[in-house]
Design a protein around this ligand. Structure first.
Ligand code: KG4
Ligand code: ZN
Length: 328
């Protein structure tokens, strides 16, 4: 069994995954609540909270899977990209466990982890496919084949999740912004306000979300307090729709240009209901297979890191003691 650890941002995660990376026996996520009052993740606070929770989260992952450490044959851990202090807590824990048991350590790239969540969702999935990763820190399109992932396009400014988080903050909603905007948008009319969709008609697979954010700022400036309250559901609905349109448009364009038959969507924003519904309709129309992991595998978790482990190079005992984490 693979014991997987993920601490790249504000979730302290551990999971037990079968060696082929296609089935999780447990998946424990402790989402840090310390950041809510700041409206965003505070790196130093995240590192310290990981340190406090790490041992308990690992113990729970083993207990939930019904195994002991003696059944673990390798320790997988996110080594990049992410908050450096946060990553180091997970990497140190993984090194300690692996070294004590003379096990190999498997360094995993967080973004490859997000894509690998699709293998847990649909174990028969095999490359090639086109993948969209949309999270709080990243928004990128990849062409995935047997040799690995190749970048096709990425955001030139904010990530999609970041745009939702910042938009939510401007609208006076909570953090994380994605689910909050969806909730506020429930009874809103998405056609009442118009927001720009960045790089919409340009012949590029890159994204841009900064214009959207600025547009919301100016719209809010033009409204008094009462109007802003009344318009909240409509603004949220239109804002959410603009983000979803940008993501689905570029993903479908990438699938077309790569002549892909399968598309995968991953990362925290893939938990978004409107994005899931929109892509479902569009993919049926185009005869594409759509793989979107369930929401709990889309947001940060360690099962996806275990799922990526068979695709990453294991470092044998004890060569990994000098291994470092990287923020990018
Ligand atoms: O992948 P993730 O959990 O962490 C990062 O690696 O960033 O993604 C977090 C992002 C946040 O920006 C959050 O607002 C967004 O994913 N998110 C959502 C939803 N759930 C989380 N965005 C839209 N709809 C959701 N249901
Ligand atoms: Zn992530």
């Amino acid at each position: 069994m693979i014991l997987a650890i993920e601490t790249s941002c504000d979730d302290t995660c551990a999971a037990v995954v079968e060696p082929d990376g296609r089935r999780a026996l447990s998946n424990v996520v402790h989402t840090q609540t310390e950041h809510a009052r700041y409206g965003g993740v505070v790196p130093e606070v995240a590192s310290r909270a990981h340190l406090e929770r790490m041992d308990g989260v690992i113990a729970k992952a083993l207990a939930d899977a019904g195994i002991g450490l003696d059944s673990v044959t390798g320790v997988a851990v996110t080594v990049r990209p992410g908050l450096i202090g946060a990553l180091l807590v997970g990497v140190s824990a993984a090194k300690g466990l692996a070294y004590a048991r003379r096990l190999p350590l498997i360094p995993v790239d967080h973004l490859e982890g997000h894509v690998a969540a699709a293998y847990l969702a649909e174990p028969d999935l095999v490359p090639p496919f086109v993948a969209l990763i949309a999270s709080g820190g990243h928004t990128a399109l990849y062409s995935v084949d047997a040799d690995g992932m190749r970048l096709l396009g990425e955001t030139l400014d904010d990530a999609a999740g970041e745009a939702l988080d910042k938009g939510a903050r401007m609208l006076g909603l909570g953090f994380p912004g994605g689910p909050e905007i969806s909730k506020a948008a429930e009874h809103g009319d998405p056609t009442r306000h118009e927001f720009p969709v960045g790089l919409k008609n340009r012949d590029t697979l890159d994204f841009s979300f900064s214009g959207l954010k600025t547009s919301l700022l100016y719209k809010l400036k033009a409204l008094d307090e009462r109007q802003a309250r009344e318009e909240l559901p409509h603004l949220a609905a239109a804002y959410e729709r603009a983000v979803v349109e940008a993501l689905s448009r570029k993903l479908l364009r990438a699938a077309e240009s790569r002549e892909a038959r399968t598309v995968v969507v991953a990362g925290g924003v893939a938990a978004n209901g409107l994005l899931r519904r929109t892509l479902k309709v569009e993919c049926v129309r185009r005869g594409l297979r759509l793989v979107v992991p369930p929401p709990e595998l889309c947001t940060d978790n360690a099962a996806m890191i275990g799922a990526a482990a068979p695709l990453s190079d294991a470092v044998p005992f004890p060569g990994y003691l000098s291994l470092n984490a990287r923020s990018v």
